[in-house]
Ligand binder design. Sequence first.
Ligand SMILES: C[S@@+](CC[C@H](N)C(=O)[O-])C[C@H]1O[C@@H](n2cnc3c(N)ncnc32)[C@H](O)[C@@H]1O
Length: 202
Amino acid sequence: MEAVLAGRIMQRCRTSFLAEAVGRRRALLVGEGPGRLLVELLRTAPDIEVTVVEQSPGMIREAKSRIEKKGLHACRVEFLAVDALTWNPCVRGFDLIVTHFFLDCFGPVELESLIGKLGDSATDDARWLLGDFCIPKRGWRRFRALAIHATMYAFFRAATGLSARRLTPPDDFLRNAGFQLVERRLFSLGLIHSDQWVRRAP
Ligand SMILES: C[S@@+](CC[C@H](N)C(=O)[O-])C[C@H]1O[C@@H](n2cnc3c(N)ncnc32)[C@H](O)[C@@H]1O
């Protein structure tokens, strides 16, 4: 997808709200893949401690090598090669959660349980940064996005055994977990969004 969709747009989406990480103490990155956001986070927030939950050991190896190539130190990063769906995080441990191009891998049942669980691991003032694909509400951009999504899900279901058949917007589940959308930025004619959600004490 990185190659097809012009990697620069996806990276702009990932790093769009990175400034919000400054001053955060403990970050949880789930489904981080090869570490494209991770290296930027380590640069931007030099004191932050990071836990990466990524089920693919190959992706973790790539992320570690990316950290090394950029001259950064992996000692602030804990890598867990586990399935996020069955992993049990510590309660109220993280003040930053980042999920880029990850939540769209799941159908509604898995997504609700996953977001509930990650929400339990977040502090009362946590931020949740996420980037994902989305579908514009109307017009030709909507039809363009629907066609791209159908192709994408068919491809990834065949190539990786992806369980989701279509995109499930995570918004309601995030609200149920106590988060409010602060800002949404759209990229590639509304095909991709980058969000900043914040949990506020009731
Ligand atoms: C589409 S890639 C996105 C990677 C990266 N976040 C990015 O921005 O490019 C999804 C990543 O989530 C990981 N993943 C998928 N299901 C997972 C699960 N249940 N638990 C942990 N990681 C998972 C995959 O191995 C893959 O690296």
